[in-house]
Structures are given as C-alpha cells and as structure tokens.
Design a protein around this ligand. Structure first.
Ligand code: COA
Length: 329
C-alpha cells in the first residue's frame, strides 16, 4: 500500500474587530508604549466582543480555511480544536464549531496544550490522515485570552489578545504536508504558568492579588522566557533532524508569537536570517493556540511561503508544553 501524506489544503484566520493599542494600557495600568514595545514588541492586540466567544472565532477561521481548500463543511471528517479558553466545559468548543459550520459528518474534540495547542492538534490530525482513517480534517487554534486576563496586572495584561486560525488537512499520495512532528511536555514545571479552573490553591490566590475570580492567567515571566528560547531552538533542531532536513534548507520558521525578544533569541541560536523567521507579534500579541495558525495563514497570504517550500512551526506554552512540525507546503 502506498504511503499516505497529510497535505495542507487550505488555511484561514479570524481576528475580532476591536483593537487595544498601547496607549489604552497607559490609561489602565502603570506602563508605557516604550516599555511594551521594547520588552515585548507588541503594539496592538484584538479583543473579542462581550458576546463573542472562542467557538465564534474558531468557526469563522474554519470557514475561511474550508473556502481556501475548496471543501464543503459536509466533507470534513474530523475537527480538532486547540484552546485554553473554551467558553464551556461541555459541549466542547470543537463540537460548537461543528454545529456552527454544519459539519455533520465530522468527529470533533478539543485539545488543551496551551500555546503549543495548534501544533499538538496538527500532529494528531496528521496521524489520523496518514493512518488512512480520515481523508479530510480541520485543525483549529482559537483563543479569547482577553476573557481570562487580569487587567489590573501590568505584567500580563499587555501581552494577550484574541484570534483564531485554521488549516485543512487532506490525504495525498504525494510526499507533502506534515512530514514530521515533535511534541513534549513537562508537567513538573506546570506551576510556572497557570489559569485556575474548578480549583484555586492558596498559592494561586496569593499570586493574583488583584484578580476578582482567580480564573486569570498568571506566570513567572522570566522563567517562561528562558524555557521558551531554549525549547524553540531544540524543538526546531529536533524536528528538522527527524525529517533529514538541515536548518539551512528551511524556507521559513513560524514560531509562537509571545514576545519579540523570545523570537529574536531563538532566531539567533538557530543562526537564521531575519527573513527566515515570521513575526507578527506587534499586531496581535500572544493569542495562545491561535498564534501559529494565524501566522501560517499570513505567511501564505504574503507569499512568504510557497508551494513546494519547507517550513517549521514551533511553539511553547503552559503545561509546560512544546511542539514543532516540519511542513512542505
Ligand atoms: N510596564 C512597565 N513595567 C512593567 C510591566 C509593564 N507592562 N510589566 C512588568 N514591568 C516591570 C516589572 O514590575 C519589573 O519592575 P521592578 O524591577 O520594579 O520589579 C520590571 O518591569 C522588570 O520585570 P521583568 O519581569 O524582569 O521584565 P521582563 O523583561 O522579563 O519582561 C515579560 C516581562 C513578561 C514581558 C517577559 O518576561 C516575558 O515575555 N516572558 C515570557 C512570557 C511568555 O511568553 N508567556 C507566554 C508563554 S506561552
């Protein structure tokens, strides 16, 4: 039997209309455009409307990806949605997206690997395609972090925004698409980045002195920073090695967009030219699982990556988790 590959047949994105610029943060916390630009590299981020939730964003990005792939909702056999901010425990966000799309022939489930989520979802969906179980899959990264952000905490609130990105995977007999993935987790370091669910420990409560409900994001910024730079380097090298590709052969690296300095640190360690690393953090900030697929979509739209070229998606995040995927477009 011929080997089956998981081709990227389409990409899509959705960003809410409302823009929060750095001047806005100067009015709500003790910060400045200069500090945010220099330390983080973000100028603007998007905020979902009060009645606009993760599944709404995810469905819009999915519709765009299906249109790009030339597929109808009924063609989709699998939907995997990665998010750290689904609006319900059940139904899952992916099931809500399925209903919104009318993708009645799909099995749908969520994945939570925080900011690495899209890469975990892509890796999972590609294995289903490669196994022959499904021919068409929809992979979505969607988050509404502004709904779980503490706007009294200057060390986190300036970082986050909302958005969704999606990719359609289809079975192909040509060697293309997701050629290799690397996933990793270190639960023992999970305490470095948390957002409480049903339980908030005394430590969680102490860490969030301003937050009313404690269900907001907290992190040890410096520790996460160091972890991020190291893992982005190692996960990129590992996936390239696994696929027998030299780093110098990569046409583009699309990293998770948490902080311009993290991206720059990883770029230098990998000895990549500036134009080989995609960065749009200044426009949107950190949108967790949505960053990588939105960046992928924009890289395709801008012609930064073309059919036949090779790229690596690489991310890190809460859990702690990390992941990379080597793709031939
Ligand atoms: N405006 C002005 N000052 C701020 C500020 C803000 N928005 N946020 C923090 N500061 C202050 C701190 O209070 C501290 O002041 P102090 O020296 O008086 O105590 C000072 O800036 C330096 O803080 P520090 O935490 O050392 O800054 P940093 O350079 O490490 O930048 C982060 C902070 C959060 C931007 C950075 O650590 C980071 O990006 N970490 C990784 C975050 C991340 O990627 N998270 C998501 C993972 S998916």
């Amino acid at each position: 039997m011929n080997e089956i590959y998981a081709k990227i047949a389409g990409v899509g994105k959705y960003l809410p209309e409302k823009v929060l610029d750095n001047a806005y943060f100067e009015t709500i916390v003790d910060t400045s455009d200069e500090w945010i630009t220099k330390r983080v590299g973000v100028k603007e981020r998007r905020m979902s409307a009060p009645d606009e939730y993760t599944s709404d964003l995810g469905a819009k990005a999915a519709e765009a990806a299906l249109k790009d792939a030339g597929l109808a909702a009924e063609d989709v056999e699998l939907i995997i949605l990665a998010s750290v901010s689904p609006e319900m425990y059940t139904p899952s966000c992916s099931c809500m997206v399925q209903a919104k799309l009318g993708a009645k022939n799909a099995a749908a489930f969520d994945i939570n690997a925080a900011c690495s989520g899209f890469i975990f979802a892509l890796a999972t969906a590609s294995l289903y395609i490669k196994s022959g179980a499904y021919k068409n899959a929809l992979v979505i990264g969607a988050d509404t972090l502004t709904k779980i952000t503490d706007y009294k905490d200057r060390s986190t609130c300036v970082l986050f925004g909302d958005g969704a990105g999606a990719a359609v995977l289809t079975a192909s007999d040509k060697k293309t698409g997701v050629l290799g993935t690397v996933l990793g987790s270190d639960g023992a370091q999970g305490n470095l980045l948390t957002c409480c669910g049903l339980k908030a420990s005394d430590e969680d409560i102490e860490r969030r002195p301003f937050s009313d409900n404690k269900r907001t994001i907290w992190m040890d910024g410096q520790a996460v920073f160091k972890f991020a730079v190291k893992t982005m380097e190692s996960a990129t090298i590992e996936v390239a090695k696994k696929c027998g590709v030299d780093i110098s052969e990569l046409d583009l690296v699309i990293p998770h967009q948490a902080n311009k300095r993290i991206i720059e640190g990883a770029r230098k360690r990998l000895k990549l030219e500036h134009d080989k690393v995609f960065c749009n953090v200044e426009k949107y900030g950190n949108m967790s699982a949505a960053c990588v697929p939105i960046a992928l979509c924009e890289a395709v739209e801008q012609g930064r990556i073309k059919p036949g070229e090779k790229l690596v998606l690489v991310g890190f995040g809460g859990g702690l988790t990390w992941g990379s995927a080597l793709i031939e477009l």
